[in-house]
Write a protein that binds this ligand. Structure first.
Ligand code: ADP
Ligand code: MG
Length: 555
């Protein structure tokens, strides 16, 4: 028998698990089942590529057994198994250390389903068990290995006997404490309902021996108990189910189970398309920005299935960049299973699906904007920036798609408004859509350049994001109204001339121009000012704010 220590990071995570006050301890079962299912998937893939290996569906299943007396719950699978080396590598070291870093960074935001989201997976067993034993036999090996740990400092490994290829995970369930009930995890009906809740769509049968009773033979009112093996999960993936059968909670559970996000989805879209191309998809718009969204590490993409079999984790080609926050999956029978990444890029079917999805997402957002303004504003606060980048990028190729989804703060409404709302409020004589760029709403409020426009009673859109003005420049106009910065030279507002007075000041202007010759191109009288003596204006297309952004950019 070999004794080993856990690595430092694993130890910390285990500590977190063991002492977890996490309320959803039940998710340990989801984690272990999902590992079992992954292990069977791996054998299935092998069989697809290895002629010597056959996959007989009936031989592959997951079984949960309970031994109440000894406080044992066992999760067995007929998956690919692990060699002793793999046992050590996979269970001795935490797979995804990212979760710990995340936990630290987000101390303030307690309450998120961090454990559920980041799939610390296997270790979650220690939330309910004070001892975990794994007996595994790998495909192609006739020797099994036993791994055992109390989840505190280390684990032991030794050779073991196991008849068939696969893995048994054996949990010794904790004793009840004053405020925690662990006995529940020894109850058949409880475990069954946990399976139903989180793992119903697992593609392989999850079996349990369930206790039933029937009338005793020859007796009317006496019953006897017997056990019967039952398949507990429906095995139908949620996306193949009818929308009418599903509740919002089912979608939320799927979102969590799939680890699409640590929040709840703001909106889900369930698509069942038939026609030139048939596919099913479930898409989610998250409620909050993923913690790595604005980092290089963030990868957009959807899970891609071919008739129920996962062929790619993050298929980037399915989403345009401006919808990179969308999470979810697509399943299509029309895609070939062993399709390679490069082939996918040129796949006509895939392009069709992508185009279709783009439209669906856009329509869903429009729908949200029209019917649930509050939710849309929440969405826009998180991802609006991405939409504006979308307008700006690809030389404006997507502007038609996105312009109606944009929102800006309005000087008169004192809240976020759409371009459509702005234009519909414009008085007859107003020629342009006016905007002002600045660091913040407060700062723009004080800008002298806004005075004349505001005085005219015209609405001004406030651009506080770097990308705003660039996006608008790409749009050029909206419903045939051009955009105009309040700091541009010609505001298109009729004014009474006051030539004589201006004339009187020509000498002063000339003097000012001379003094400021490196800093300004001209000094002119202006009618736009009311309460301020002077302001800066630009003549060309590039406004002062844009110049600031441009000069801050690395060359
Ligand atoms: P993840 O599933 O996210 O990789 P886990 O902590 O759940 O992380 O599991 C760690 C690794 O242990 C898995 O990636 C897998 O290689 C291995 N493993 C866990 N359970 C099993 C199992 N039942 N059969 C085979 N391998 C397993
Ligand atoms: Mg796992």
């Amino acid at each position: 028998m070999v004794k080993k220590e856990f690595q430092a990071e694993s130890k910390r995570l285990l500590e977190l698990m063991v002492n977890s006050i996490y309320t959803h301890k039940e998710i340990f079962l989801r984690e272990l089942i999902s590992n079992a299912s992954d292990a069977i998937d791996k054998i299935y893939y092998r069989a697809l590529t290895d002629e010597n290996l056959q996959f007989n569906k009936d031989d592959y299943y997951i079984k949960i057994s309970i031994d109440k007396e000894n406080r044992i719950v066992k999760i067995s699978d007929t998956g690919i198994g692990m060699t002793d080396k793999e046992l050590e590598e996979n269970l001795g070291v935490i797979a995804r250390s990212g979760s710990l870093a995340f936990k630290k960074e987000n101390k303030a935001k307690e309450g998120y389903d961090i454990i559920g989201q980041f799939g610390v997976g296997f270790y979650s067993a220690f939330m309910v068990a004070d001892n975990v034993t794994v007996i595994s036999r790998a495909l192609g090996s006739d020797q099994a290995c036993k791994w055992e740990s109390n989840g505190i400092d280390g684990y032991t490994m030794e050779p073991a006997a196991k008849e068939a290829v696969g893995t048994d995970v054996i949990l010794k369930i904790k004793e009840n404490t004053e405020d925690e009930d662990f006995d529940q995890f020894l109850e058949e009906y409880r475990l069954k309902s946990i399976v139903k809740k989180y793992s119903d769509f697992i593609r392989y049968p999850i079996k349990m021996d369930l206790t039933k009773s029937k009338p005793k033979e020859g007796s009317e009112d006496e019953y006897e108990q017997y056990t019967e093996e039952e398949i507990v999960n429906s095995m139908i993936p949620i996306w193949k189910k009818n929308k009418s059968e599903l509740s919002a909670e089912d979608y939320e559970n799927f979102y969590t189970e799939k680890r699409y996000g640590f929040d709840k989805p703001l909106r889900y879209i369930h698509i069942s398309a038939e026609g030139t191309i048939s596919y099913k998809a479930i898409l989610f718009i998250p409620e909050t920005i993923p913690f790595d969204y604005y980092t290089k590490e963030y990868e957009k993409g959807l899970e891609l299935y071919s008739n129920g079999v996962l062929i790619m984790n993050k298929c980037a080609d399915l989403l345009p960049d401006y919808f990179s926050f969308v999470k979810g999956m697509v399943d299509s029978e029309d895609l070939s299973l062993n399709i390679s990444r490069e082939m996918l890029q040129h796949d006509r079917q895939l392009k069709l699906i992508a185009k279709n999805l783009k439209t669906k997402i856009k329509n869903e957002l429009k729908n949200l904007l029209e019917n649930d303004r509050e939710k849309y504003e929440k969405f826009y606060e998180a991802f609006g920036r991405q939409l504006k980048y979308g307008v700006y990028s690809d030389f404006g190729a997507n502007k038609e798609d996105l312009q109606d989804l944009l929102m800006f703060y309005s000087s008169t409404e004192k809240k976020m408004v759409t371009l459509n709302e702005y234009v519909s409020r414009m008085p007859e004589e107003q020629k342009y859509i006016y905007y002002a760029s600045g660091e913040s709403i407060e700062k723009i409020d004080k800008m002298p350049q806004t005075e004349l426009v505001a005085d005219k009673g015209y609405e001004i859109l406030y651009f506080t994001d770097d990308v705003d003005e660039f996006a608008i420049k790409m749009l050029r106009q909206y419903q045939e109204k051009e955009f105009k910065s309040v700091s541009s030279g010609d505001l298109g507002i009729e004014q009474e001339e006051n030539d004589s007075e201006d004339q009187a000041h020509q000498d002063m202007f000339a003097k000012m121009k001379e003094l400021l010759k490196d800093k300004v191109t001209d000094v002119k009288p202006s009618q736009r000012l009311k309460n301020h003596p002077v302001c800066l204006a630009t003549e060309g297309d590039v406004t002062i704010e844009m110049e600031k952004v441009l000069s801050a950019m690395p060359n």
